[in-house]
Every structure is written in C-alpha cells, then in structure tokens.
Design a protein around this ligand. Structure first.
Ligand SMILES: NC(=O)C1=CN([C@@H]2O[C@H](COP(=O)(O)OP(=O)(O)OC[C@H]3O[C@@H](n4cnc5c(N)ncnc54)[C@H](OP(=O)(O)O)[C@@H]3O)[C@@H](O)[C@H]2O)[C@@H](O)CC1
Ligand SMILES: Nc1ncnc2c1ncn2[C@@H]1O[C@H](COP(=O)(O)OP(=O)(O)O)[C@@H](O)[C@H]1O
Ligand SMILES: [K+]
Length: 503
C-alpha cells in the first residue's frame, strides 16, 4: 500500500478527475459512501447515537455524504456544521445541498457558546470527525481548536475521516491540538503524517478505503511513493525452509560484536540469529567475555577480535557493530576494513556505524549489499546533523544516507523506514514501547543477519525482520505488559512469529 503526502494526494485526485472520467462530486460521493459502508460493517450498532462534525472544506463535504447515507439507512445521526452553509464552496456546497434536499433543515450549527454541541457530543456513542482533512494549513484557528477540544472531551468513540482534525497530513505535527481518534478511515492512501512525529499517537487503528483514486498513476506523475509493509509481504519474504535442509543450507552468520561492557549485545544478537533458523552462528568478540558467553550460549561458535583479522571463516553474511564500544578504535577499524573488502552482505549497526563514517568511499564501492541500521542518534552522527533535523525529515534523510553509501538503510524508530540504494522506501506500521529498551536493536540485527544467511534478498530480509521484530514484541507486551519484556522473551517470540507468518 502506497503512502502519500497531502500534495501528492491532491495531484492524484486531480489526475483521477482529469483522466479517470470521474468528477469531484462523484469522487466525494464514492468517498462518503465508502466510509459509511465501513462504519456500518465494522463499527455502528443499531442503537448508536452518531454525531458528525463537519468543517467548511471537502473533509466536511465527505461528512455530508456520510450523514445522508447513514440517515437513509435509518441510523440515529446528527449533523453539526462548524460554519454557516453559505461559507461552503465547490463540491462540499453541492453535497450539502443534496443532503438538505433529502433531509431538509435536519442539521445544526455549532453555536457561539457551543452548549448545544457539547451536550450532543456528551450523549453520543460515536463522533465522526469531518472537521479538517488534508487541507489544514499552519497554526490551528482558535475556533477549530475549541471544537476539537469539545470532541476530545466527549467519551464517545471517535472516528476520523481521512485523518484526525488538527494533525498535519504530511509531516505528522500537531501544532496545537488534534482529535484523538480511536479509528481513522483514510481515503485512497494513508498519509505520511500517520507515521511521523505525533501522528501515530492520534490516528488510532487506521484503515485505508479504496475510493477509485488512481494511485497507480504515481509513477507516471514522477512520484516516488513509500509503501507500507503488510502481512502478505512478510509471509512472501520469509525464506523457504526445506525439511531436508542441513546446517549448511541454512547459512553461516558471522557476528562481530560485544565488549566487556556490552556483553548482552553480543549474546542477544548471536542468539537472535541462531534461534531464528540460521544454521551456524559465529560470534567474534573480546576473549575476556568468551567464558561468560559460552556458559550462556553454547550453540554459538566463539572467536576473538584478534583472530578476525587472520582467520577466514565460512560465513555467507556478516554483521558488525552491536556493543563494540569505542575503546579499541584501531582494531575495530581494521576489522571493518577487512570485512568491507569481502564479497558478503554486510550489516553495520550501532558503534559499527561510528567506524563506518571513516569509510564512506570504500563502502560505496562494495559490490555486495551493505545494510546500515541507524537509530536517530546514529543517523544524526552519520549525516553530521542534529537529532531534531534528521527526525523532522525521516524519509528524506534515510534516502540521503542510502545514496551516500550506496547502501540499504534501516532507519529505526517508532515507525521504522527501510530504504534501498535506489531510493525505494518501505515503512513498518507496527511496533510500540515494548521495544523501547536496551538490547532490542541487537536482537533485530541478529534476526536480519539470520534471514540474509538463509538466503533472503536484502529488501525482503529487512521487511521481514522489522515487522516480525515489532509483531513479536507487541505479543510479548500483551502477555507481560510493555514495562517488562526482556530481550530473551523477544528472541523466543521471534521464532514463534516467523512460524505464524510462514506460507
Ligand atoms: N479532492 C478530492 O477530490 C477529494 C477530497 N476528499 C476530502 O477532501 C479533503 C481535503 O479537502 P480540502 O482540500 O477542501 O481541505 P480540508 O481538509 O477540508 O480543509 C479545508 C478547510 O480547513 C480550513 N483550514 C485550513 N487551515 C486551517 C487552520 N489552520 N485552522 C482552521 N481551519 C483551517 C479551511 O478554512 P479556510 O482557510 O478556507 O477558511 C477549510 O475550511 C480530504 O482530506 C478528504 O477528506 C475526498 O472527498 C475525496 C475526494
Ligand atoms: N516506541 C517504539 N515503537 C516501535 N519501535 C521501537 C520503539 N522504541 C524502540 N523501538 C525499536 O527498538 C529497536 C531499538 O534499537 P536500538 O535503539 O538500536 O537499541 P539497542 O542498540 O539498545 O539494542 C529499534 O528497532 C527501534 O525501532
Ligand atoms: K477529519
């Protein structure tokens, strides 16, 4: 599923109108119809008290169609307008006229004191938010701010149409206040702001409705739209595991990680790789922690950092960086030099990224794939910018880094973005605060290494890894509460999740 900015959505709407034989009035009818169908099938009970709050733009226009459709079906539905009908323009005005023809004067204006609106919202079981959509610009006006506050104060189940009012569709900012939706029915495509900044906190559960907008025209219009990773894609990306496969078939991961301070990083990364199907996992780490690791994880082959410079191994994928620390810069830089020259897929994570900053040109020249997995702090370091700067432009900086290093980039965050060297982007729509603790990134690197070792292509491996990692964590969180998940519980859950998604 493609993700659009507000501007891209407008261009695709315009294209549909110009070349698709549909006019704006019809598109709005289709949109309002799609939302009312979804409401009836998924949400509304027969005795529900429904209030639809409409603004003066086309988002409000959708609301007029929804109100008409619901009333035609016999639902108890009240329509509130933020502004007098003479302020309506274009197709929104036309749809208000159609509504009024069918249900004459069966609407109310939000009065100055908002007493009638507040009372109605207080009595409602559902509030349908059609105040503002993709047309929101700049700071919210005080009047709309008050209306949104009234909606949020009500205990009703809130459903946003296209997006919660007050949220910026493109950048996910909420300058003042936004409707806290339990659910969002978005039209044609989810908007980039759903996955950035404060967007994820207010959109609730979101569903995208097909309203005949020609999304497929994006390539013709020169748009490079990111896509959302979904269940189907994950299922098709999990490497095939033949019943007659032996350890040689399931790959050899070479993980270069850990230090006396960060033992866990090495343990979690290598165990995540081994416990998600990789045939052999070799961990190169400081010999000072070998005994501790061997007693905890006897399945893992152990070698020391000094050996890494000399001994060739049989690995088919290399991961470098979790828990390295920065105490041995000469040795670790030399190891990165060596493995960069090898023709293996190479994942560079955590402190490995610090050493990568000195090797941009060598990494760029590699013919085997390189995958960089920065969190926002590491992205800021790699691009020499502040964390705010990179976080304010997540899609953009991920593309920039991918280009600079000619690498795949997995940009971590609440909504992780993965980017191919050619700029193609995918976004993981799931994951929560269960993952917000040390060690979960090491587990992700282990899983990613394992998938590559088992034969996945880089893009598929990243898509599967981020999604399975987030889904597994949510499941553990449901069982234990999000305060309590340990890296071991996450590792255990990974294999179970992979099993659930396998074709
Ligand atoms: N195009 C299509 O074919 C289709 C579009 N569709 C629908 O149209 C929606 C986009 O419609 P849109 O462009 O009319 O914008 P919309 O979100 O209603 O906002 C405009 C209103 O917001 C107001 N406003 C703006 N800034 C403000 C602020 N800071 N503070 C307060 N108010 C502010 C602005 O007021 P004004 O500045 O004009 O006084 C105006 O009244 C889209 O989300 C989808 O739902 C569907 O029907 C499918 C077909
Ligand atoms: N609130 C959250 N929602 C979704 N994912 C999260 C959240 N917090 C952290 N994560 C994920 O958890 C992982 C943390 O990785 P990282 O910061 O490298 O941790 P560490 O290096 O300590 O293991 C990343 O995959 C990140 O996307
Ligand atoms: K809305």
């Amino acid at each position: 599923m493609y993700i659009c900015t507000a501007q891209q959505m407008r261009e695709l709407d315009a294209y549909t109108i110009e070349y698709g034989g549909l006019n704006e009035l019809l598109l709005m009818e289709i949109a309002g119809n799609a939302v009312s169908h979804a409401l009836i099938h998924n949400d509304l009970t027969r005795d529900a008290i429904i209030t639809i709050v409409c603004g003066a733009g086309n988002n409000g226009g959708d609301g007029f169609v929804i109100a008409r459709r619901l009333k035609e079906m016999g639902y108890n539905c009240s329509l509130f307008l933020a502004y007098e009908p003479q302020h309506l323009k274009g197709v929104a005005a036309q749809h208000f006229t159609i509504y009024n023809k069918n249900f004459p004067n069966d609407w109310q204006l939000c009065d100055q004191q908002l007493t009638r609106l507040k009372q109605q919202l207080g009595e409602s079981t559902y509030i349908i938010d059609c105040l503002l959509g993709t047309g929101l610009e700049g700071e919210l006006r005080l009047y709309e701010e008050t209306l949104i506050q009234c909606i949020n104060d009500a205990t009703a189940y809130k459903i946003a149409v296209d997006l919660p009012s007050g949220l910026h569709a493109t950048n996910g900012r909420i300058p003042t206040i936004a409707v806290h939706a339990k659910k969002t029915y978005t039209l044609a495509a989810p908007k980039t702001g759903f996955f950035l900044q404060q967007g994820p906190a207010v959109i609730g559960e979101w569903h995208c409705l097909n309203i005949s907008v020609k999304i497929a025209a994006h390539a013709k219009l020169g748009m490079d739209l990111p896509q959302v990773i979904d269940d189907k894609l994950v299922s098709s990306g999990i490497p095939y595991r033949p019943a007659d496969g032996h350890k040689g078939v399931f790959g050899y991961s070479w993980i270069i990680a850990g230090s006396s301070k960060y033992i866990g990083a090495a343990v979690f990364c290598s165990n995540a790789a081994f416990q998600t199907g990789c045939g052999i996992v070799e961990l190169t780490t400081t010999s000072a922690i070998h005994i501790a690791i061997a007693s905890q994880s006897p399945d893992i082959l152990l070698t020391s950092y000094d050996e890494a410079l000399e001994i060739p191994n049989k690995a088919n994928v290399i991961a470098f960086g979790p828990g390295l620390g920065r105490e041995k810069p000469t040795l670790h830089q030399a190891i990165l030099q060596k493995i960069t020259a090898l023709n293996h897929p190479l994942i560079i994570d955590a402190d490995g990224l610090y050493y990568a900053t000195n090797m941009q040109e060598q990494l760029k020249k590699r013919s085997a794939p390189t995958i960089l997995t920065p969190h926002p702090g590491e992205m800021a370091m790699l691009l020499k910018r502040s964390i705010d700067e990179v976080e304010n432009n997540r899609f953009g900086v991920a593309k920039e880094l991918a280009k600079r290093y000619d690498a795949f980039v997995l940009y971590k965050g609440h909504r992780t973005i993965i980017t191919a060297p050619n700029g193609q982007q995918w976004l993981c729509p799931i994951g929560d605060d269960a993952l917000g603790r040390g060690g979960t990134g090491d587990v992700l690197t282990g899983l990613l290494t394992s998938l590559l070792a088992q034969g996945s292509q880089p893009m598929a491996a990243m898509q599967v890894a981020v999604y399975i990692h987030a889904a597994a964590a949510s499941e553990v969180g449901k069982r234990t509460g999000n305060y309590k998940m340990t890296a071991w519980q996450l590792i255990d859950a990974l294999a179970i999740k992979l099993g659930q998604y396998i074709r």
